[in-house]
Design a protein around this ligand. Structure first.
Ligand SMILES: Nc1ncnc2c1ncn2[C@@H]1O[C@H](COP(=O)(O)OP(=O)(O)OP(=O)(O)O)[C@@H](O)[C@H]1O
Length: 625
């Protein structure tokens, strides 16, 4: 196959194309030089375009390139929608990553309209269906459980972000290096709008929530059903069965109307002999005909985790997104918070805006960077490094507010830092400004370079910052060993946040083996040194007996402390303790108070909880202030 991939734009698409061009120029998407791709092979084709595997710079690195048959305005909108959803969750290890965009060579596109290909992480084993076909006979039960865990974990992450997949089947789940990579959730929303929806539906009939089939039967033309999280849980039930059997459900029957009717009447696949009973219970609960009887995905995740935890031969690496599962909340690193930056915002609003508005939202390069000779910038900068950097959950906002108090613009500090790179703290801070787009445009590559430079100089803060980039795969490929080594160095330098993250590594098998006692000790040390996430994680250890005995009292005290210090995750956990009366007196007013505080800082779990509180308040006389 040649490198000439067909992709045409149609009329009226220019404004969106221009928008993509502009976004590339301003480095909002990473742009990959097309000439560096070689050995391009078609590996699949879907409803919207083709997928190719491409080698990068003759190295051992491969990407998947996604083309579009018809790049018109509507398709570009869909692409951006896909990128928007992707960005919400692409820090998750089990979700396929969007890497950037490439434009085929100019000579290839001499027909004027621009062509774009999405550059995606490549999954070397293809779809889960193919993977099971090839490898099932060699899979141990532990490995099957891990696949099930990773899959449910990724879906749980989607649900946390308010995304319903709606099209979960074994051809939409990819596998790379024996690890699940969920794909195609960006397409799910439009599936229902497709003209060939019925046809498609039959192609995946065993995975589809039977509630949808009822609606289809009642009214063939109007799609009055609505696929929701419970529909995803149904599909998960089927997929868990598929992982236990190695083949698609009802593979010896035609996927037609009579199968749909049988499923509606309660037909389900038979359990495979030797399936652990608790695993079987999980998937049968998931595929219950009645959506309200299906467990929430979080429960499925923790039940699978519990099965795995009981087996000492099985180790699961939970995604960093849910380092502390069980309760609904998730500890976020500061790095992760800033990941949802300006581009996400721009993309979020894509559907409702015109291109002019969008371009005006993009930060421009002609900021005035005047430095006031009379100001003592080093005092301001030192204060940021000491008190704000990596210490607060909404770091960027905190820095901006502090600068406002100091009557100083972010651009002034950025310019000052550019001229003062003699000390590794300032190098690291400049990296953080590029990272979060403070006083400049977001530039992750620059940020990484600066973190690396300062880390090489032995700067413990930079080692921690860079460690997070490797942990979450931000600006670099995920590398747990590197993350662990960097946190270790940072911890050796007694940097409290580095110590807390090292604890996290031992807690969650990141670049090292699990050692819960060590994790507990490190959290304790970090907490004593003032690390707020350290305090929160220590509380969590006491709450669930991780590396120590359970002490709800201590957990409560520590959550309270971290919550008072403004830590949104601790506020949400504290609220939860008040809500369910976990070791303390139930107090719905206090629960509401802390959920509200946490939600105000953007904590999604707290926001969801608050919504439920409000609904309950509407429907009952429950008093909430
Ligand atoms: N990142 C990837 N790595 C490896 N293979 C991939 C990747 N993305 C897609 N594929 C392969 O390409 C095929 C087509 O993928 P694509 O996402 O375009 O369509 P689809 O999901 O099958 O259908 P539709 O787009 O209509 O929902 C997949 O079935 C898979 O075999």
């Amino acid at each position: 196959m040649s490198n000439n991939i067909e992709l045409n734009t149609t009329e009226n698409s220019n404004e969106w194309i221009n928008w993509i061009d502009e976004a590339i120029t301003k480095h909002y998407f990473k742009h990959y030089e097309y000439k560096h791709f070689n050995d391009i092979q078609e590996i699949g084709s879907g409803g919207f375009g083709k997928v190719y595997r491409a080698n990068w710079k003759n190295s051992d690195k491969f990407f998947a390139l996604k083309s579009f048959f018809n790049l018109n305005n509507a398709t570009v909108k869909e692409i951006v929608n896909e990128l928007r959803l992707q960005r919400e969750v692409d820090f998750h290890e089990n979700v396929i990553r969007f890497c950037g965009i490439t434009t085929p060579d100019q000579e290839i596109q001499n027909d004027n309209p621009k062509k774009y290909l999405l550059v995606m992480e490549y999954a070397d084993s293809g779809t889960l269906r193919d993977y099971l076909k090839e490898n099932f006979d060699n899979l141990t039960w532990n490995e099957k459980l891990k696949l099930a865990f990773q899959l449910t974990h990724a879906v749980s992450c989607l649900h946390d972000e308010g995304i319903v997949h709606r099209d979960l089947h074994s051809n939409n789940v990819l596998v790379h290096q024996n690890t699940i990579k969920l794909a195609d959730f960006g397409l799910s929303r439009r599936i229902e709008e497709m003209t060939n929806y019925q046809e498609r539906l039959f192609g995946v009939i065993p995975y589809v929530d039977p509630k949808v089939l009822v609606n289809q039967r009642n009214d063939d033309n109007q799609q009055s059903y609505s696929l929701d999280e419970k529909s995803d849980v149904y599909s998960i039930g089927i997929l868990l069965w598929e992982i236990s059997s190695g083949h698609p459900p009802f593979h010896d029957k035609p996927y037609d109307q009579s199968l749909a009717i049988e499923i509606l009447q309660g037909l389900r696949e038979n359990p495979i002999p030797d399936t652990p009973e608790n695993y079987m219970n999980i998937y049968t609960d998931c595929w219950n005909s009645e959506p309200d009887n299906r467990p929430p995905i979080k429960q499925v995740v923790s039940e699978l985790k519990a099965i795995i935890a009981k087996d000492p031969n099985t180790t699961v690496r939970p995604s960093k997104h849910l380092l502390n599962t069980n309760t609904a909340e998730v500890p976020k690193s500061n790095m992760y918070n800033s990941f949802h930056g300006e581009l996400s915002q721009i993309i979020q609003e894509f559907g409702t805006m015109n291109t002019k508005e969008m371009l005006s939202l993009m930060p421009s390069n002609d900021q005035t960077n005047k430095i006031d000779e009379n100001k003592n910038y080093s005092v301001i900068v030192d204060k940021i490094i000491e008190d704000i950097l990596n210490m607060r959950s909404n770091e960027k906002q905190e820095i901006l507010s502090y600068l406002e108090e100091q009557n100083t613009t972010p651009q002034e500090i950025f310019s000052w830092l550019l001229n003062n790179q003699q000390n590794s703290n300032y190098i690291d801070l400049l990296g953080n400004f590029y990272y979060s787009g403070i006083g400049t445009n977001v530039n992750k590559q620059k940020a990484i370079e600066l973190f690396q430079k300062a880390a090489n100089l032995g700067n413990n803060i930079a080692q921690y910052d860079l460690g997070n980039c490797y942990l979450y795969g931000i600006g670099v490929n995920i590398d747990y060993n590197k993350a662990f080594e960097l946190f270790k160095k940072s911890a050796e330098g007694e940097y409290p946040e580095g110590i807390a993250q090292l604890g996290n590594c031992y807690d969650n098998e990141i670049g090292t083996s699990i050692d819960r006692e060590k994790a507990f000790e490190l959290y304790r040390k970090a907490a004593n040194l003032g690390s707020i996430p350290g305090i929160g994680n220590l509380a969590y250890c006491y709450q669930y007996g991780i590396g120590t005995d359970i002490s709800e009292h201590k957990a409560f005290e520590l959550y309270q402390k971290a919550a008072n210090l403004g830590y949104d995750i601790a506020q949400c956990r504290l609220a939860y303790m008040f809500e369910i009366g976990d070791g303390i007196d139930k107090d719905m007013d206090k629960a509401y108070h802390w959920y509200k505080k946490s939600a105000e800082q953007g904590n999604r779990d707290a926001q969801n909880k608050l919504k439920r509180f409000k609904i309950r308040k509407k429907h009952s006389s429950c008093k909430i202030n």
